[in-house]
Every structure is written in C-alpha cells, then in structure tokens.
Design a protein around this ligand. Sequence first.
Ligand code: COA
Ligand code: AMP
Length: 630
Amino acid sequence: MAYKDVYDAWKSDPEGFWMEQAKAIDWVEPPSKALWDDNAPMYEWFADAKVNACYNAVDRHVENGRGEQTAIIYDSPITQTKRQISYLELRNRVANLAGALRAKGIEKGDRVIIYMPMVPEALEAMLACARLGAIHSVVFGGFAAHELAIRIDDAKPKAIIAASCGLEPGRVVHYKPLLDAAIDQATHKPDFCVIFQREQEVAQLVEGRDYNWHGFQYGVEPAECVPVEGNHPAYILYTSGTTGQPKGVVRDTAGHLVALNWTMKNVYNVNPGETFWAASDVGWVVGHSYITYGPLVHGNTTIVFEGKPIGTPDPGTFWRIIEEYKVRSFFTAPTAFRAVKREDPTGEYVKKYDLSNLRTVYLAGERADPDTIKWAQEKLGKPIIDHWWQTELGYPAVANPVGIELLPVKIGSPSVSLPGYAFKIVDDEGKELPRGELGAIVTPLPLPPGTLPTLWNAEDRFKKAYLTNFAGHYETGDAGMIDEDGYLYIMARTDDVINVAGHRLSTGAMEEVLASHPDVAECAVIGVGDDLKGQLPLGFLCLNAGCNREHADIVKDVVTMVRQQIGPVAAFKLATVVDRLPKTRSGKILRATMVKIADNQDFKVPATIDDPTILDEIKVSLQGLGYAKG
Ligand code: COA
Ligand code: AMP
C-alpha cells in the first residue's frame, strides 16, 4: 500500500483503522471500540480494554520465543562499559524490582518518580512501574533540585527511584544531594526512595527512608503483570510551558501501546528482532517512546547510550555503535549532528565504520537546518528523515512514512501528516489559510490514540493551553505553512518556549529565577540563534534604582542561580543589564522583536510600541554580547 492509501483508510474509517492496529497488542480484555467521545473534548481511547504495558514490552516476547534475544544494549563510552540484557533476563529483573516495590506498598495508580541517568536500570524502573500499574514520572538528570521538587509536589509520588550519580564528560553529577535537597524543598514527601548505587559514587542513604536498589529486592516475590484499564495513565512527563510550572503530560496505557507499535514499522521501518537506536535520554519523550516502550513493545533491540555525540571519545562514536550493534534505524536530534559536523566536517570518522546495516536516519526535537541535512545525506549516503512531534503527542505526527513508502524528501520539511492527524494552517481567528501562507499549526480533534488525554491534575489548563483558541482543534504552539504537495514546514513557536540543543525550555521559568534576584527589578529572557544548539537563552536585566553593584557580578549571580534552580540543561550563560525593556503601551514585553534584532532578521517596529528608541538600546546591548551585528 502507498502512503495515500493508508492515510485515506484512516481518514474514511478512523475507528476501523485503530481497531485494526490494536490487533498487534496483547490484551487481557480486548477493547470493544477504539474512540470514547461521550465526554468530548476529553476523548479517550480503548477505555474498556484491560492491558499491561510491561507484559507487551517484555513478557510476551519471552512467551513468544524471543527470550534469548537482546532487549537492551547498554553502551557507555563514559564508563567504558558494555552490557547486553536479554528479554528473559529483563523479564526477571523487572519482575523482581516490581515485587520489591509492591512489598513496600506500591500499587496500581501510585506515582513513582524516576531520577536516573542513561543506565538500563532506568528502563527497568519504568517497566517495573508499568508492571504494577503504577504511574511513573521520569525527571531528566540535567534538572536541578528545585525542578525536581516542583514535580514531586505536582505528582505526589509514593516513591522515588534514583541513581547515586550521573556522569557527564569530565564531571560526576551528584544525584543524591540533589534528590535530598528536592525532598527537603517539596511539601509532599515520598514514603521511601530506592537508590541505585553506581560504582562511580556510593551515596549516603537516609535511614528509614532510602533503600538500596539491590538490597531491597532480596528475598521478595517477583510481581506478575497487573491488568489496567486502557485509559489508565501509564506515565506523567513534565514538559516546559510558558510559566515556571511545567505541564504534566499524561499518557494513557492502551493508546500509547497501539500507536507506538504502529510507528515502529510504518515510520521507523524496523522489523521485530532488529536493532533500533534513539540517541536521546529517558528524561525526554523520545526516551519514553523510542528508547523504552516503542522498540520493546515491537520486539526490537534498543540501545541505552551513556555518552555524547562528540568527546566520548570522538565524533565517530555514533558510527561505531551503529556498526557494532547493526543498527537499522537511528534517531537523534539535529544538534547532535551539528556537533559531529563541526568536529568532523569531511566525515573522516564516518569512513572508518561499516554502516551497511543502517537503512535510515531520523531527526527531530528541533528544526533540522538544511546544511546539517545535506552534510548527513552526503557523508552517510542514507535517507535523512526530518520528522516532527511533541511531548504532548508522544510519537511522530508529521513524518515521511518510510516503512509504508519513502516519499520524496524535501529539505526543510518534516513531510506529511500521518494517520490520526490532518494538520492545517490557520490565522488568529481560526480561518484556514491558503497553501504557502504562514500561520498557527492545528489539527482537528480528536487527537489519535497515544496522545495526551489531559494534563495531570490540570484539566482546565489542558483545555486552555491546547483546545480553546481554535475551537474543535488541537493547538500545537508551533507556526508554519503547508506547501502545494501537503508538506508541512515548521517555522517557529507561537509561545515563549525555546529549544536549546533539542531540549525544550521555558523562558518564563528562567525569568522567574532572574526576577527573584534582589537587585533585579524587571527582566526578560529570549532565545537567540546559535549555530550548535539552535537557540540559546539570553537574559535582560533591569536593576532596582540605587543598585550600585558591578553589573558583571549580578550577571554572574543570575547565571549561577539558573544553573542551581533549573539545572545545567538550561545552558543559561548570557545576560546583560539594560536600562529599560521594550514594551507595548499595554505593558507586554516585545520578546519576539528582541529575538529578531539579535538574529539580524528583518522586523517591523510594532505599532503598539511604547517607546521605539528602546529598541536601539537593546541592539547596542546585544552587540556587546556578539549578537545583532548585521
Ligand atoms: N545530567 C546532568 N547534566 C546534564 C545532562 C544530564 N543528563 N545532560 C546535559 N547536562 C549538562 C551538560 O553537561 C552541560 O553542562 P555544562 O554547562 O557544565 O557544560 C549542560 O547540561 C548543557 O548541556 P547540552 O545543552 O546538552 O550541551 P553539551 O555541551 O553538554 O552538549 C551537544 C552539546 C550538542 C553534544 C548535546 O547537546 C547533545 O548531544 N544533544 C543531543 C540532544 C538530544 O539528545 N536531545 C533530546 C531530544 S531528541
Ligand atoms: P518536545 O516536546 O520537547 O518534543 O518539543 C516539541 C517542539 O520541538 C515542537 O513543538 C517544535 O517546536 C520543536 N520540534 C520538534 N521536532 C521538530 C522538527 N522536526 N522541526 C522543527 N521543530 C521541531
């Protein structure tokens, strides 16, 4: 079948389409129907089914003869460790861990926060929760204690599973003190913590609260898979919104299994038994969907890579892994390729490795710039597929459906709507715009299975953020256009979310930190263009009258504060003191105009601006930081 046939099959009968895809999942009780719309616009999928995600990701493969197949490859150039875990071994390890969690009181519906680096135990912790029907919430290791505390207070976990440390090149990330500080800061306290002690650092355990990962499993009964309703939340994953309060994206169990399984062949073009590699982190949605659940549910071998594209030890790491483990499909963020390209522009390291098993490369998480795509096409000699999705959606929404049919690649476009979506471009009033015109990107409701049904404990925020501005549609928060062939082009965010090295960050959260500095009267954070990371945050500070401290000291303070409160992942290193911020007459800070000035883009002085001369002052400040030079 061609893409058009598959897409039309979905369009003419979405219910039939998803019920057909559901056949690939093992149900305890199969769904009687796919879509539940009685409570629209709060849609649900496969709500009357009973299923277990861990069973589908692990046990069923053991029962179906894949027990000896490698489920997880752990490759850590940082610790120089390599390890392989078969499906059988994974089943036993996860059942034991789940048994130990159950013995400590974890039951279906309880939340468990997981704060771990890229080690297989992170996946095992997720799967152990899924086995019990507990709802996990993984927090990325690059977030500091305050961010972890916010998530503890929102998710109210009964337990936290953490590692003693993470390893960044040249630096040990001391997770345990961060965890302790987060629990101190949070109002909610977990009943207990489980600490995975790594060789590189043995953490001090808090008597009566903390248990050693190994010790607490000793002598317990392994747990069986607990059937849950199709609409039972599998996990909560916090993502950046416009404020310092992250959005807790909820993922329901059944839709997630059905949709991920569908994408493994139809988008990523892998067959069960083959190796699939997403070089991301379990703390992000890519890690949930394509390091953990997608490949495992589909019976693939997945890779847990603890390293960086460069420097661990060199820009050939990706190609070494692809050769060594016969990776068929490889997924990473454009920023990783930009880093490799910068160190190996002529592709000398690529030539050292046999990439004959690799079929296709996938890029997502941020805009894939044409230079990077062309470099990768030329050096790797494989199709380079840009595809677009979001934490909210959980899996690709716009892609080249390679496993169905490789459509012509148009550089700069992630290609076409996949089944479940019918993206269109609208103006502020929701009127559909003609092909080629720029506007907000929306898709009609209901969203397909596996997408967010709501935000954790925040249904109103969910409706307001995604369903209110354009009636009957989901608002993506991205702006772009569609060409005459139906290819979508993503141009920018419509909110204050920025994308730094493929990581989604909130400028609002950074502004909250800056504003808490005693000398700062007012501030703004914008994302300025960066050749390596796509964007970098840059802060403007207006100081309180009478403040006579050195500006450089205040800048240093706020850089430290963001690192300590949000975390190193914010990559906040640029700030400058200004007298005034450009605003509209109603007081709205003109952040988008400041971005355009910084990036040397054409811009119109907004008609509503209060005092246009401030823009010149901003330009001079930006020039002092090496921007706005054009
Ligand atoms: N735990 C603790 N700290 C972390 C971390 C983690 N899991 N991940 C990143 N950090 C730290 C980094 O060490 C760095 O700290 P520093 O300021 O002390 O140098 C900081 O956060 C910023 O990290 P990052 O923006 O990733 O930059 P980098 O210089 O470490 O690496 C790249 C640059 C391009 C190589 C890197 O960003 C990369 O590989 N990106 C891939 C992006 C990706 O996988 N995105 C996921 C979506 S698909
Ligand atoms: P996240 O929720 O972290 O996956 O970030 C989602 C956001 O990243 C999207 O809303 C886009 O702004 C951006 N994004 C993801 N993939 C792409 C892509 N292929 N091209 C352009 N932007 C992308």
